[in-house]
Design a protein around this ligand. Structure first.
Ligand SMILES: NC(=O)c1ccc[n+]([C@@H]2O[C@H](COP(=O)([O-])OP(=O)(O)OC[C@H]3O[C@@H](n4cnc5c(N)ncnc54)[C@H](OP(=O)(O)O)[C@@H]3O)[C@@H](O)[C@H]2O)c1
Length: 243
């Protein structure tokens, strides 16, 4: 069975992607800082996978919770080691993210330390995790899915620090795709989602209740896997519309 590492998988989009993959019989290594929340999410996914008999692994442990912070090099090494124990790395999803300020503020007010944290979590850690997983990814002709944002390419007031970090993630992804033609590298804007991250960014968003749930978006993102999509930038809205 193929193996995926998913960062930020205890809730939101990461957990929704993990649930989709668990349902398809994938073996999963999940990351998040809050160990209790992560273990509870992993146990729930494992139960669902066992109940659906996904991949025939009805009693095998297919979901490993590896708590930690993606900015910690030792934790990143643990994630890759756990995946290798399960058979390798077929897919790396860099999904964990930091906003830089909660709620968001203008660039005039953005603490420099907040921007540094956003760059650490959203750019440095994903690259370092790609580097750590690269031998296994190359061996599997695997895929990297870097979760970006429309804030990477649009100038929205107050989204400057976070958007700059996602723009950097997108450029790293594009260059990685050129340098590693044996891999598939996708960088994806999932659209606005009804999650903790969005609520922390814009606590009084009047349209929050109408935002898509991550569970509605995750299947569309996995079309990239199903269709062995070429490396490139994708949006969830186009993938959901079948484009
Ligand atoms: N929500 C939106 O509207 C939206 C729009 C565009 C793009 N995105 C992107 O979509 C992705 C998922 O966001 P979401 O809305 O699903 O967020 P979310 O619901 O807040 O979930 C974030 C996940 O990341 C984990 N996490 C955060 N910082 C971490 C760190 N330093 N190390 C390890 N794990 C960490 C969190 O668990 P812990 O807190 O326990 O660590 C949690 O599991 C992000 O890349 C985000 O930028 C979201």
């Amino acid at each position: 069975m193929p193996v995926a590492i998913i960062t930020g998988a205890s809730r939101g989009l990461g957990r929704a992607l993990a649930a989709e993959l668990a349902g398809r019989g994938w073996r999963l290594v999940l990351d998040g800082r809050d160990a209790e929340v992560l273990r509870s999410a992993a146990a729930g996914l494992e139960r669902t996978a066992a109940e659906s008999g996904a991949g025939g692994h009805t009693d095998a442990a297919v979901v490993r919770a590896v708590p930690g912070d993606v900015t910690d090099p030792a934790h990143r090494a643990e994630l890759v080691a756990a995946a290798e124990q399960l058979g390798g790395v077929d897919l790396l999803v860099n999904n964990a993210s930091a906003l830089g300020a909660e709620p968001l503020v203008t660039l005039a007010e953005l603490p420099v330390a907040g921007l540094q944290r956003a760059l650490e979590v959203n750019v440095t850690a994903p690259l370092a995790l790609v580097q750590a997983a690269l031998p296994a990814l190359r061996a599997a002709s695997g895929s990297v899915l870097n979760v970006s944002s429309d804030a990477a390419v649009e100038a929205y007031a107050e989204w400057g620090g976070y958007g700059a970090s996602k723009a950097a993630l997108e450029q790293l992804s594009a260059v990685l795709a050129v340098e590693e033609p044996g891999l598939r590298v996708w960088w994806v804007d999932p659209g606005d989602l009804r999650t903790d991250l969005y609520a922390a960014a814009v606590p009084d968003d009047p349209d929050f209740a109408e935002r898509a749930l991550p569970e509605e978006v995750a299947p569309a993102l996995l079309r990239l896997l199903d269709e062995k999509a070429a490396s490139g930038r994708y949006t969830a809205s186009a993938l959901r519309d079948g484009r």
